[in-house]
Design a protein around this ligand. Structure first.
Ligand code: PBG
Length: 324
């Protein structure tokens, strides 16, 4: 046996030693909580496929933000379910749109909470697509950019701290940046869903947001799960167009992508641990097949280890409490 012999187990012998050499740690301020808001009063409707998650009316949403802030979660991202959907996604950029109302209420009650607004049209269009659909059924990229520009300004005007374009239209970050800059919102940052895959893991979200496409799918704008080089190109484009933060979504099946984006780009990088990732852990835990707390914290630690500066996760509140 050569000497000195490598014995990595020496540093695993006690909890104290393990804590001292731990390379990655989670904190409550690593998390952003996604929240769903719909018109009405006193509503807190459970989302079946996402146990522990709800569709809230604005009053209940404001109440739900209290425990989040108390647990040290610094931010939420809002998804709206409008009362009416139409071909032009009017509800996305209306002054009294559901996200605009929710933002005003949240910022009034919790001024320090960072309110992010998801910026996409699938929840607001009657056909459930992420943009303007042409007669031939294809999404009109550039017509959708005009709506994105209007929506970003409307969200910023309502008081959103961060706008988060998620439609995967070409040029959306540049369009949103230009619109914000020319409307006195040059200081509003953009969290770009830069690398968003056409993923089966969005299944539960589409129930929660009532946004599944009525025909076709999202594979003409969301990315092919097989592609990594293309992800880097998307990330570089969004950075060049003025993104302030780049996001990779989903998280666990794409840790290699997250690590590669982290290595190449100097901007903060976020990861979205999506509805299906949450639902899998919840479902297995409900069966008694895995320990929810350990599994969720392990998943979140892995996402951070791979390079995320922060994580959008439906486990935000629970994880923050577990870490307390
Ligand atoms: C688009 C959007 C989606 C998600 C976030 N923003 C759904 C989609 O692209 O179909 C999915 C998030 C999740 O699954 O948790 N508005």
């Amino acid at each position: 046996m050569p000497f000195p012999q490598e014995r990595p187990r020496r540093l695993r012998a006690t909890a104290g030693l393990r804590a001292m050499v731990r390379e990655t740690s989670l904190r409550p301020d690593d998390f952003v909580m996604p929240l769903f808001v719909r018109p009405g009063k006193g509503l807190k409707r459970p989302i079946k496929s996402m146990p522990g998650q709800f569709q809230y009316s604005v009053d209940e949403l404001v109440k739900a933000a209290g425990p989040l802030a108390a647990a040290g979660v610094p931010a939420v991202i809002l998804f709206g379910i409008p009362d009416r959907k139409d071909a032009k996604a009017t509800g996305a950029y209306a002054h009294d749109g559901i996200v605009q109302k929710a933002t005003r209420a949240l910022k009034q009650r919790h001024p320090d909470l960072v309110v992010m607004a998801d910026l996409c049209f699938c929840e607001y269009t009657d056909h459930g697509h992420c943009g303007v659909v042409r007669k031939d059924g294809a999404i009109d990229n550039d017509a959708t950019l005009e709506l994105a520009a209007k929506t970003a300004v409307s969200q910023a005007r309502a008081g959103c701290d961060v706008v988060a374009p998620s439609g995967m239209m070409d040029g959306q970050v540049a369009a949103v940046r230009a619109a914000l800059d020319s409307s006195s919102f040059a200081a509003t940052p953009i969290l770009a869903y830069a690398v968003k895959y056409a993923s089966a893991f969005y299944g539960p979200f589409r129930d929660a947001a009532e946004s599944p496409p009525k025909f076709g799918d999202r594979s003409t704008h969301q990315m092919d799960p097989a592609n990594l080089r293309e992800a880097l190109r998307e990330a570089e484009l969004d950075a060049a167009e003025g993104a302030d933060i780049l996001m990779v979504k989903p998280a666990l099946p794409y840790l290699d992508v997250l690590a590669a984006v982290r290595a190449r780009c100097r901007l903060p990088v976020a990861a979205y641990c999506v509805s299906g990732e949450y639902a899998m852990i919840k479902a297995a835990a409900a069966q008694g097949w895995i320990d929810e707390k350990r599994a969720a914290l392990e998943a979140l630690t892995s996402i951070k280890r791979a390079g995320a500066d922060f994580i959008l996760t439906y486990h935000a509140l629970e994880a923050a409490r577990w870490l307390a």
